[in-house]
Design a protein around this ligand. Structure first.
Ligand code: IPE
Ligand code: IPE
Ligand code: MG
Length: 238
């Protein structure tokens, strides 16, 4: 009897998510609704980013990728871009450096050029200190999916590794070394990828919520994960 219940529990257990990715959108609108400057939305968003990433790690999701700044976000006013970069720098100092006890490696995916030398130095130090740890947080900064693919192809060309196949191109991407995302969550209500993980998301499940990023809670994420668990992923099969 006891064995029966135990087996049943295993059978109904939701499929594990080994990689979750977030398009953290809606910070600006969150601030506007409160009559605050957009930068205040990014500050609120950064706190939620920390909470949600830690929650994902706590519930056993080993790889988390977050979209922090796109290759297109440079089109925004300089004041806003500067505020986002300052926020990131502060986060590296105050938050990520404390992740040593969490056994998580931090990897910045995206282009390095265009970022300030001070920020690049901090990013590289953090990557070097955390390399090889069990879980992974990818921070997509100055990231574009098309740009990631083009840089990978050019790298393969320089190394004399063309023509390539899917496996060797995957291995040349910034996100290499971890499984592709199972689930991509976009907050903020827009129904598009905005150039995020174009290659890696070929068979990802998407979840779009109208909730603005700073309003996302662990409870809503639980509901999103329950929805994911009910989906049937076929990967082209039946
Ligand atoms: C996402 O929030 C954060 C970044 C793109 C850096 P937005 O700043 O795009 O917020 P909305 O979409 O304008 O509300
Ligand atoms: C996507 O949000 C990029 C990030 C969340 C970092 P955007 O706000 O830049 O996307 P679009 O411009 O609405 O497509
Ligand atoms: Mg937006």
């Amino acid at each position: 009897m006891f064995g029966f219940f135990r087996r049943k529990k295993v059978e109904t257990a939701p499929p594990a998510v080994s990689h979750i990715a977030f398009i953290m959108d809606g910070n600006g609108r969150w601030a506007k609704r409160r009559g605050l400057p957009r930068e205040a939305g990014h500050r609120a968003g950064a706190k939620v980013f920390q909470r949600i990433v830690e929650y994902c790690l706590d519930i056993g999701i080993p790889t988390v990728t977050v979209y922090a700044f796109s290759t297109e976000n440079w089109r925004r006013p300089e004041k806003e871009v500067d505020a986002i970069m300052e926020l990131l720098e502060r986060y590296i100092d105050d938050t990520f450096s404390k992740y040593a006890d969490r056994d998580v490696e931090i990897v910045f995916v995206g282009r390095r050029d265009g970022l300030t030398p001070g920020l690049i130095e901090k990013m590289e130090r953090l990557e070097n200190e955390s390399r090889g740890r069990k879980s992974r947080v990818n921070i997509a900064l100055n990231y574009g999916g098309r740009d990631e693919i083009v840089r990978a192809v050019n790298r393969l060309y320089e190394e004399g590794k063309l023509p390539c196949d899917e496996a060797s191109l995957s291995a040349a991407l910034d996100c290499a070394g971890r499984p592709d995302p199972d689930l991509v969550v976009r907050t903020g209500g827009d129904l598009r990828t905005s150039n995020f993980l174009l290659w890696e998301s070929a068979y990802a499940e998407y979840f779009f919520t109208g909730t603005l990023w700073p309003d996302l809670t662990e409870r809503e994420l639980d509901r999103i994960l329950s929805d994911y668990a009910r989906r049937h992923r076929r990967f082209g099969g039946l």
